[in-house]
Design a protein around this ligand. Structure first.
Ligand code: DGY
Length: 419
């Protein structure tokens, strides 16, 4: 039995053990509910051996969609004391099902397109739910129509404690919720998790939004944390293109999505930070760019943006001189880089997958393949944890992680494709 076959068996076992019937927990204990983009990547994993189960995963996520179109980042389908903050802190006023009040990078249309190519087109109702989610991003998180999408909370980026958020978070007083008992540290080494000061501010932001009843207009006007994220915008831009593909196949009008694509395409240049030579997040409260590149800087080709490809590839080359394994979540030459601390350094395989997909599409096939083989080496060496140390290749965060297993099955384990 080869090592790759063993890992494939292990990956399927992880999905089966994290399966809760219609959704898959990211990992037992640390994340005991349905998480939005984790679930969509899980669907990609399920699709490799159980297509009906893959579709069920996506449908269950959209069962939690809000009337506004927002699809929450956590759906609390059951009770669990192993996670904090639960529904009593989010206070969304919704309980069928209870959910968080923020969203996460919208990979649904992209995953649904991939499933459609393997199986069949989605139902019209699922397609329309995704369309409503995309409309919500533009209306709620880009109300000025600038073509860049803001996040109202670091968790909304999916890249929770990225150094980009330090400065915008610093204007927030710590939690007004009084003492809170973190549960994440019961499961994972504290060196691999956000600091307490970050957590206090995450909680303060949740409290402020809950106090205004999760009103999108008030949040856009008043949230002290309001940062346009190139990662979110790149994921949405690609998803909009994939939504147009789905809409065309289903015979639906796609004019609105085409207008949104044009706006995001022309808006993306606002992320370019000439001083750094990378796409960087933009603090919309003071107009300042973050001062370093992140793994999301390399998602431009995935979004079909090719304006600075040469600089981007040079930057990837420079990062590869510092790290054995690509792509670290934050610039490894920067003093804020930390190879173990969650999104301040570790490699995340679903980000590698998205970056590699974009690089393939622009013809940078050697880099695309380098990212796939780095991911395969990491998994072969360290199993299927949440993320990996880019210097040593060691495991980081939660173990037996759904999206790592899913991306092994769907991508990293494959032999190089003939181009
Ligand atoms: C957590 O609790 O760490 C999650 O990433 C928040 O979504």
């Amino acid at each position: 039995m080869s090592a790759a076959t063993d890992r494939t068996r292990e990956a399927k076992t992880i999905l089966l053990e994290n399966d809760r019937g219609t959704y898959t927990v990211p990992t037992e204990g640390l994340y005991p509910f349905q998480w939005n983009w984790d679930s969509l990547f899980a669907a990609l994993g399920w699709a490799q051996f159980d297509l009906p189960r893959a579709w069920a995963e996506i449908h269950s996520l959209f069962d939690a969609q809000w009337p506004s179109g927002m699809v929450p980042h956590i759906v609390f389908w059951s009770d669990s004391s192993s996670y904090f903050p639960g529904p009593e802190i989010w206070r969304t006023g919704r309980n069928a099902p209870a959910s968080s009040g923020i969203s996460q990078p919208p990979v649904a249309a992209t995953i649904v397109k991939l499933l459609s190519e393997m199986d069949h087109l989605p139902s019209l109702s699922l397609y329309r739910s995704i369309e409503r989610w995309h409309q919500w991003w533009h209306r709620a998180r880009d109300p000025e129509g600038r073509g860049i999408i803001a996040i109202s909370h670091p968790w909304e980026s999916g890249r929770d404690n990225l150094p980009d958020w330090d400065q915008p978070l610093s204007r927030i007083a710590s939690s007004s919720n009084g003492h809170h008992q973190r549960r994440d540290l019961d499961h994972v080494n504290p060196d691999m998790r956000p600091l307490q000061a970050d957590y206090d501010r995450y909680l303060a932001l949740v409290d402020q939004a809950a106090t205004v009843g999760w009103d999108d207009t008030v949040i856009a006007q008043q949230s002290p944390f309001w940062v346009a994220d190139p990662g979110l915008s790149a994921v949405l831009l690609r998803a909009e293109r994939d939504l147009i593909w789905l809409g065309t196949a289903l015979g639906e009008p796609t004019d609105a999505a085409q207008i949104r694509v044009a706006r995001l395409e022309s808006g993306f240049e606002q992320f370019w930070n000439d001083k750094v030579g990378a796409y960087c997040s933009l603090d919309l409260r003071n107009g300042q760019h973050a001062e370093a590149g992140t793994s999301a800087s390399f998602l431009a080709p995935y979004a079909g943006i090719v304006n600075h490809t040469e600089q981007l590839l040079n930057e990837l080359e420079a990062w590869s001189q510092t790290c054995e394994f690509l792509v670290p979540s934050f610039d490894p030459r920067h003093p804020h880089f930390e190879p173990l601390r969650y999104w301040r350094g570790p490699v995340w395989c679903m980000v590698n997958y998205m970056i590699s997909t974009g690089l393939n599409e622009i013809g940078a096939t050697q880099w695309a393949e380098r990212l796939r083989t780095d991911t395969a080496k990491l998994i072969t060496k360290s199993g299927m944890p949440e993320s990996f140390n880019p210097i040593t290749g060691g495991p980081v965060g939660g173990q037996d992680f759904t999206w790592t297993a899913a991306l092994w099955l769907a991508w990293a384990s494959h032999q190089p494709c003939p181009m």
